[in-house]
Design a protein around this ligand. Structure first.
Ligand code: ATP
Ligand code: MG
Length: 253
């Protein structure tokens, strides 16, 4: 086992609806490392994320987060995982009965003893960071899809996670907000050394952020993983097609 790994996945089989999607996935993530998961719709990206978070039990293999198996964890370890992990699901999954501000304050109430005023300040700060200063008191239903995504990203960040799992944080955003999110994630990984697993359809994000790319393809069942440049050289044609025929960086003029 890699003692320094925040997330370690070994020989992992993932299945959805009784169908095996991928076999033998293996990777690990240390501080500051970014894994970008790409692939066609239906390729199993969100299914993988649910396995990583511990929402689904692996058909085979292991997931270890901060050195613990989330499925075998006792309440104390579960609390520790909850404290150090930030998660954003594909649909945002905000709590509809709470205002946006309360959505951000809830994880702080659950996992910290920060006083109310501090929780409120932190929620406001993070909403400003994603360009949503005006939404604190509004219910999620009054926000657009892209605004809900940014609010969910802000919520994932409230506890300064050392590991972030994000399912398509940039999709459905207009170009300035997509760029805002991309540069926020870049600062998190470079400056705060946050480890990030991110599902993305966005080639620019993969290019800008990824140390490692994992390609999940439902057709071939293959799951090539490695630095983007190497995958563009050695990966299957479907992967090159996905990246629009992009050539490795050193071949570009
Ligand atoms: N709860 C479920 N029950 C049955 N099948 C499921 C379930 N969740 C996902 N699947 C199936 O698993 C496959 C992978 O779905 P998944 O949502 O992981 O794809 P994805 O790569 O995230 O796609 P997208 O890019 O559209 O978000 C699909 O064929 C889907 O129909
Ligand atoms: Mg998905």
């Amino acid at each position: 086992m890699d003692e320094a790994a925040l997330l370690e996945v070994g020989a992992l089989d993932i299945a959805a609806g009784g169908r095996l999607l991928h076999r033998g996935l293996a990777f690990s993530l240390r501080r500051g490392e970014v894994l970008v998961v790409v692939g066609p719709s239906g390729g199993g990206k969100s299914t993988l994320m649910r396995h990583l978070v511990g929402l689904e039990r692996p058909a085979a293999g292991q997931v270890r987060m901060f050195g613990h198996d989330p499925h075998a964890a006792d309440p104390r370890v579960r609390a520790e995982i909850g404290r150090r992990l930030g998660v954003m699901f594909q649909t945002g999954a905000l709590w509809s009965s709470m205002s946006i501000g309360e959505n951000l304050m809830f994880p702080m109430r659950l996992h910290t003893r920060w006083p109310e005023a501090e929780r409120r300040d932190r929620a406001r700060f993070l909403l400003a960071l994603v360009g949503l200063s005006e939404t604190f008191d509004r219910p999620p239903a009054e926000l657009s899809g892209g605004m809900r995504k940014r609010a969910a990203l802000a919520r994932a960040l409230v506890l300064d996670p050392s590991l972030l799992l994000l399912d398509e944080p940039g999709s459905g955003l207009d170009p300035p907000n997509a760029e805002r999110v991309r540069s926020l994630l870049m600062r998190l990984s470079r400056d705060l050394r946050t480890a990030i697993v991110m599902v993305s359809h966005d080639v620019d994000s993969a290019r800008a952020l990824a140390d490692t790319v994992l390609f999940l393809d439902d057709q071939s069942g293959g799951a090539p993983i490695g630095p983007l440049d190497r995958l563009l050289h050695e990966g299957p044609p479907a992967l090159r097609a996905f990246f629009g025929g992009m050539r490795p960086a050193r071949e570009q003029a």
